[in-house]
Design a protein around this ligand. Sequence first.
Ligand SMILES: C[S@@+](CC[C@H](N)C(=O)[O-])C[C@H]1O[C@@H](n2cnc3c(N)ncnc32)[C@H](O)[C@@H]1O
Length: 285
Amino acid sequence: MAGQTETFTTGGGRAADLTAENYRFLQEHLYKASGIILEPDRNHLLEVRLLPLLREQKLVSLNDLCALLRATRDPVVSRHVVEAMTTNETLFFRDAHPFQALKNELLPALVELHKDTRKLSFWSAACATGQEAYSLSILLLEMGLADWNVQILGTDLNQQVVEKARAARYSQLEVNRGLPAQYLVKYFTRQGQDWELKPEVKRFTRFETFDLRSSMAHLGPFDFVFCRNVLIYFDVPTKRQILEGIRGTLFRGGHLLLGSAETTIHLDNQFRPRSIGSSVFYQAP
Ligand SMILES: C[S@@+](CC[C@H](N)C(=O)[O-])C[C@H]1O[C@@H](n2cnc3c(N)ncnc32)[C@H](O)[C@@H]1O
C-alpha cells in the first residue's frame, strides 16, 4: 500500500483522505498495543469503528486523529483507538456444542478429580462482555455445584468490555442470543429495560483487564481455559507465544477450548487435540 492514498467518507458526510503513512501509523499503533493485525484496505472498518471517537474528540478526519496521537501520545485517546478496533462479539452458550461436551463429559470428570478439595478453577481469556464466563457459571450451578469453591477468571484487553462484564447487566437483545429461556427466568432479575445476573451466578466470577501477550506466570493453575475467537487476529509468533503461556497456566491434563476457526496444530504440538461430540478440546501434557 506504500505511496497510495485511501479515501473514505465520514458519517458526518465529510470526505477525508487517510494517507498511506497514517494508515500504517494506525496499523502499527494497533499492533503494538494489542497484537491485532489490521489488514491493508480496511479503511471502511477504521471509519466505522473510529467515527464515534472522532466526534467525541471534535476531529474532522482520521488524519487529524493520527496528528493528535503523534503530538500528545494521550494514553486515554490511544487506548480508546485500540478498544474501538477490537471486535467484542460474544454471546451466551456460544456454539452450544462445547457446553454440551463440558456438561456431559469434561465437568463430571473434573468433579470426580477434585471431589476431595471441591475446588475448580477456570479462565475465560479474551472474555469480551462476560457471557462465556457466566454461561459456565450457570452450567456449574445447574450441576449442583453451588457450594463448591469455584473460581472463574474473565480477562480482556478492552477495559470497557471488562467493566460491562463486571456489571453483569445485559440488554433484551443480548439475553435473546443463546440463552435458554428457563435460565433467563431462573438466574436473572429485570432491571428496567435490562436483565442482571443474580449474585449466585456472579459469585464464581472475577473480571480483570489483561493483555494475552503479557506474562501469564502469575495466573492459574486452571482446570480449563477458554480462549475463543481471538487468536484469529494475531500473527503466528503471537499465537505461539499465547498458546505456550496458556499451556503453562493449566494443570497437568487440563483442557483448552479455542474458537472453531482456531487450532493448536502446527503452533504448539504439546497440546493433544481431543474430539468430544462435535467439539475439539486441546489437552495439556
Ligand atoms: C471476538 S471477541 C471473543 C469473545 C469470546 N472469547 C467469545 O468467543 O465469545 C475477541 C476479544 O478479544 C479481545 N482481545 C483482542 N486482543 C487482545 C489481547 N491482546 N489480549 C486480550 N484480549 C484481546 C478483544 O477485546 C475482544 O473482546
